[in-house]
Design a binder for this molecule. Structure first.
Ligand code: ADP
Ligand code: MG
Length: 334
């Protein structure tokens, strides 16, 4: 069953005029907020967020309904490290609570920056952040094969200690043979718990920030009760669940490359423009889009258009308007 037919009521953005406005979900890459190599001070993060939201203002100004979702990798890494530094003084927080903290801090930065940017342009649209949970299947194969590295680097001795004391799965890091990191499962997102509330907010004209870091992973027990799980959901795959859940027409995946490329990183790499879901799926199977980076973006786009979405675009933050006009980015259509 498709969620697209469950429109709560006539959305505000169609009531306006003869112009048909669209409902768009924008997924911001982690590097849009905290750059590798930076210390990640509040000022640095705020500065990047301000730059990022400036690119989104024209869309909102044009009357489109917009939901913003974002990565949280660097921020949750810092939160985990802070926990570790204070471990003799304060209890260590589980990963779901760290994820919720990161949604609050990033949501706040986006919300305030966007409120200010809209006010500067004289646009009156309310902005709100929603703490969001993502349901995963406890039987997802990812739980028997944790792969996603998170948090600080540890010595071999610490790795052995924490796997004994805390039950963590530790794996040697790619970055250095002597360093170890905690690895957690990255299960497929099934559903966004709050999507009906989020859909209502978006349809009423609120600009919503939700699903940060892929959402807080939770499972449902036999009676439907929710509980947090120690996992990380891919933010691009969760963005698709959100976009589908709120009946969006467009999914915009914004990252640090202008589009998806064929043979990326080789001398004959080529940008990919407009493609069908079937075409790009074949390219995915041919190995053009690696799992840790471009792969989930492509999979999110394919799933979105197959679940009823009209267009999914992969591009960079500074190319939003060109991508909407169809002159930049990779555009996946049904
Ligand atoms: P984000 O934080 O936005 O999710 P990622 O690092 O996960 O960013 O993914 C974007 C990166 O994917 C690019 O910086 C690029 O290096 C990498 N990449 C891998 N394969 C491709 C490809 N086929 N086309 C474009 N970029 C690719
Ligand atoms: Mg990524």
């Amino acid at each position: 069953m498709s969620w697209h037919n469950n429109v709560v009521r006539e959305p505000f953005y169609r009531r306006r005029a003869t112009i048909v406005f669209m409902k768009a979900v924008i997924a911001l890459g982690g590097n849009a907020i905290l750059r590798r190599g930076e210390r990640g001070t509040a000022e640095e993060q705020f500065a990047h967020v301000r730059t990022a939201v400036r690119q989104i203002v024209p869309l909102i100004a044009g009357g489109d309904a917009v939901l913003i979702t974002h990565g949280n990798g660097p921020q949750v890494g810092d939160i985990l490290l802070k926990n570790e530094c204070a471990r003799d003084t304060l209890p260590i927080m589980p990963l779901d609570i760290c994820g919720a903290e990161s949604q609050g801090m990033i949501g706040y930065m986006i919300q305030q920056s966007l409120e200010n940017a809209l006010a500067e342009d004289g646009i009156r649209r309310p902005v709100i952040s929603v703490v969001t949970q993502t349901v995963v299947d406890p039987d997802d194969p990812a739980f028997t094969d944790p792969k996603k590295p998170i948090g600080p680097f540890y010595t071999e001795g610490e790795a052995a200690l924490f796997s004994r004391e805390r039950g963590w799965t530790m794996a040697p890091s790619d970055a250095s043979e002597t360093a170890f990191r905690r690895v957690v499962p990255s299960p497929e997102p099934l559903d966004i718990v709050e999507h009906p509330s989020i859909r209502t907010l978006v349809n009423e004209g609120f600009v919503v920030v939700a699903g940060g870091g892929g959402g807080i992973p939770v499972r449902r027990d036999g009676t439907g009760r929710l509980a947090g799980v120690e996992a990380v959901v891919d933010k691009d795959l969760a963005a698709e669940r959100l976009a589908t859940g709120i009946g969006a027409e467009m999914l915009l995946v914004l990252t640090d490359v202008p589009s998806a490329f064929l043979r990326y990183g080789t001398p004959d790499q080529a940008p990919l423009g407009r493609v069908s879901a079937d075409e790009i799926e074949t390219l995915l199977h041919d190995g053009h889009f690696p799992e840790g980076s471009m792969g989930p973006k492509v999979r999110a786009c394919i799933r979105f258009v197959r679940e009823g979405g009209q267009t999914a675009v992969i591009t960079s933050l500074d190319l939003i308007s060109e991508a909407l006009a169809g002159t930049a980015g990779t555009r996946v259509v049904p």
